[in-house]
Design a protein around this ligand. Structure first.
Ligand SMILES: *[C@@H]1O[C@H](CO)[C@@H](O)[C@H](O)[C@H]1NC(C)=O
Ligand SMILES: *[C@@H]1O[C@H](CO)[C@@H](O)[C@H](O)[C@H]1NC(C)=O
Ligand SMILES: *[C@@H]1O[C@H](CO)[C@@H](O)[C@H](O)[C@H]1NC(C)=O
Ligand SMILES: *[C@@H]1O[C@H](CO)[C@@H](O)[C@H](O)[C@H]1NC(C)=O
Ligand SMILES: *[C@@H]1O[C@H](CO)[C@@H](O)[C@H](O)[C@H]1NC(C)=O
Length: 648
């Protein structure tokens, strides 16, 4: 299951000699050098990315787009003083945009990288700039790391399974290391004494702060740095982690001081990175730009009134984009040995532990394929029915590395486990009442835009009594006053979602398991819809949650990032165009480049305090456990351990 993107079988040993082959003048094509190859030396990859000159027209286009999309960002005003424990994200968004507007950049890459870094460090995976041109690589280090406890002490190690895991990338990756005589397999399981001359946890903090993004909580980002198991592409997979698998090919190597297995003498090893190409096919610099960097037919939105033919149902989503989520398998010895029960063919895998009383449902994501949307619901019911038939009385829900997905599937799972008497299964929600949003809603009402094609259309949402809003009910004007960090930031009226209308499986009246016998495990990398689900369970049923990993002695939140709905730039633009307000001076221009400024468009207000977005409500799990050699990559071992601790 190593990833295959481009013509396999190309021998890459020539890359090691790259430095000697670029004798031609600088006009020589710096992208052609590795065209058609799956891997490139990071310096070659970076030379290609930096070969496109800075262009003021493109900066103004992108920055104008980004600045106007930020008008829709529900959490903008929180950033000037992010509440504890999220202070690390504090920044002034508009000052950053002004700074990026007046900085001199040598290349288009430098401009985009600065904008990427600024939005990435907002640590809201829903609200970021992705320049498709420059997210075309994943830089892969054959020494992924993890934090493990041994004899009561936690330390950082090269992942003990890294020889098998890295080999799953295939010979087009490993032959490069063979060619330069670098034996990465001997590093597996080595204790890491320092990275780039720093304490390894200090270095992990640095990556968490500067590269990981996505999650407001620093502790959760520390877990993103490490390698961990997950479900991806419908099967067990292992993530490289943000130290060993970052997006940008801007490091050639990493120097680590290591204590190899069975050795007592530290050794300093300079571990080379090799960059994996994940972009579109190209042959030279010009075609690289054409294939990856120029706006295409999907970059910007469309007036949905003019789109004909069968359309994908419009369903709210909340998820992160893990650009560096190459689908490398989890080595097979670490897959669960237990038989999977029925209903496990998609993003959910379910098992009964050997104690015969604990059922496990590993919800790898809330993003099934569109065609499997309802299968998610039937799979939950199938698993629960088998658990009941087998006499299972306790349920463990694994949310490790669940990047979110369809908002209503999170609400479905919450409602199914809670029983129908729980009532409305979601959060009270709002969007921002900025002037353009108000013009969109007014125009949708005037034009009679259907809720089938617009999220802004009033009938997409329900009143707080769960009656669907009438087509002419303007819920965004008048707005509701709200003040954040001393700034007035009005919202729409408060409303409910209408998920229950899309549940095809009957909800049991009573919870299928006593809710005190339901527990959640994970690594905190639980994004968006996953965070909505775990927060619902935590707020409404005080569900026990155990988070593994993190930095020893540091607190970690149980949820990563909990906006209520994300709009990709093309989605927001479709709303604008469908409402026919694209000519408004406040409307973001179409992008000239291929990219995506996505935005958190709705707030979920806490059930416990309806003036606090759940994103900013600190929630610490009742249990925090260290990973061990037995559990960090072995879900079955982790579930067995968790069941013994959580249901004791
Ligand atoms: C800058 O980009 C614009 C839009 O793609 C293009 O028309 C223009 O020729 C570019 N300028 C230069 C100097 O290349
Ligand atoms: C960038 O600054 C220039 C000069 O002040 C200004 O004309 C332009 O509108 C600014 N661009 C954006 C996107 O704010
Ligand atoms: C380390 O030592 C143990 C015990 O002698 C041995 O079983 C194991 O194979 C050794 N591992 C390595 C990587 O040398
Ligand atoms: C669980 O059930 C299996 C199959 O019925 C049985 O063989 C096993 O002994 C049971 N285990 C326990 C701990 O009761
Ligand atoms: C639900 O609330 C709306 C708005 O307050 C109200 O107009 C409507 O009559 C209510 N519907 C029911 C069935 O109570």
């Amino acid at each position: 299951m190593a990833f295959v993107k481009h013509t396999a079988g190309v021998v890459l040993t020539t890359l090691a000699l790259s430095a000697t082959t670029s004798a031609a003048p600088s006009a020589v094509d710096s992208c052609a050098k590795f065209a058609g190859q799956q891997y490139a030396a990071p310096s070659d990859a970076l030379a290609c990315l930096k070969s496109f000159p800075f262009n003021e027209t493109l900066r103004q286009n992108v920055l104008t787009n980004v600045a106007r999309v930020f008008d829709f960002f529900t959490f903008e005003e929180y950033y000037t003083s992010s509440p504890a424990p999220f202070q690390e994200s504090t920044t002034n968004i508009r000052e950053n945009l002004a700074r990026i507007n007046s900085t001199n950049y040598a290349t288009d890459y430098d401009f985009n990288k600065d904008l990427y870094d600024f939005t990435n460090q907002l640590n809201d995976g829903h609200t970021r700039w992705f320049p498709d041109c420059y997210t075309t690589f994943q830089n892969l280090l054959p020494a992924p790391i993890t934090t493990l406890e041994e004899d009561g002490v936690q330390s950082i190690f090269v992942a003990p399974d890294s020889a098998e895991f890295v080999s799953l990338l295939g010979t087009s990756y490993t032959s490069y290391f063979d060619g330069i005589g670098f034996d990465f397999k001997r590093l597996a399981g080595a204790k890491v004494l320092s990275i780039e001359g720093q304490d390894p946890y200090v270095y992990a903090d640095y990556i968490a702060k500067t590269a990981s993004g996505n999650y407001l909580d620093h502790g959760i980002r520390v877990n993103s740095v490490f390698s961990s198991y997950r479900i991806s592409g419908g099967d067990f997979s292992q993530r490289f982690g943000d130290l060993a698998g970052p997006s940008f090919p801007d490091k050639d190597s990493l120097t680590m001081s290591l204590l190899l297995v069975n050795s007592t003498t530290p050794e300093t090893v300079k571990v080379p990175y090799l960059a994996s190409y994940v972009g579109a096919d190209f042959t030279d610099q010009a075609s690289f730009w054409q294939a990856n960097c120029v706006a295409n037919s999907n970059t910007n939105g469309k007036d949905q009134k003019t789109v004909s033919g069968k359309r994908v149902p419009k369903r709210p989503k909340a998820s992160i984009i893990d650009k560096v989520a190459n689908g490398v398998a989890l080595p097979s010895p670490f897959h669960p040995r237990l038989p999977q029960i029925d209903g496990s063919s998609g993003v959910i895998k379910s098992y009964i532990l050997p104690d015969n009383t604990t059922g496990v449902i590993f919800v790898g994501s809330f993003s099934p394929a569109v065609s499997a949307y309802y299968d998610f619901q039937t799979d939950v019911a199938t698993a629960v029915n088998q658990f009941k038939a087998a006499g299972v009385t306790r349920l463990l829900v694994d949310l490790t590395n669940n990047g979110g997905g369809y908002v209503c599937l999170g609400q479905f799972l919450h409602k199914y486990l809670s029983g129908s008497t729980v009532g409305y299964p979601g959060f009270v929600t709002t969007n921002r009442a900025n002037p353009l949003a108000q013009k969109i809603v007014a125009a949708d009402i005037k034009l009679g835009v259907s809720s089938e094609i617009s999220f802004y259309a009033p009938a997409s949402w329900a009143f707080l009594n769960d009656t669907v809003q009438s087509v002419d009910y303007n819920y965004n004007n008048p707005s509701l006053p709200f003040t954040v960090n001393g700034v007035e930031d009005p919202t729409s009226q408060r409303f409910h979602e209408t998920c229950s209308n899309d549940f095809v499986v009957d909800i049991p009246e009573q919870p299928p398991f006593d809710l005190s016998n339901v527990a959640i495990v994970g690594n905190g990398n639980c994004a968006s819809t996953c965070a909505l689900f775990s927060t619902l369970m935590f707020e409404r049923h005080q569900t026990k949650i155990a988070i593994f990993g993190g930095k020893p002695g540091e607190k970690i939140e149980f949820k990563g990032m909990a906006g209520n709905q994300v709009l990709e730039w093309a989605d927001l633009d479709s709303e604008i165009k469908t409402a026919e307000v694209k000519n408004d001076v406040l409307a973001p221009p179409d992008l000239l480049v291929s990219g995506n400024m996505r935005v958190n468009w709705r707030t979920a207000w806490s059930y416990l305090d309806e003036n606090v977005p759940i994103a900013y409500l600190s929630g610490q799990p009742q249990f925090q456990f260290a990973y061990t050699r037995d559990t960090y990559n072995d879900p079955q071992n982790l579930w067995t351990f968790a069941a013994s601790k959580l249901f004791a």
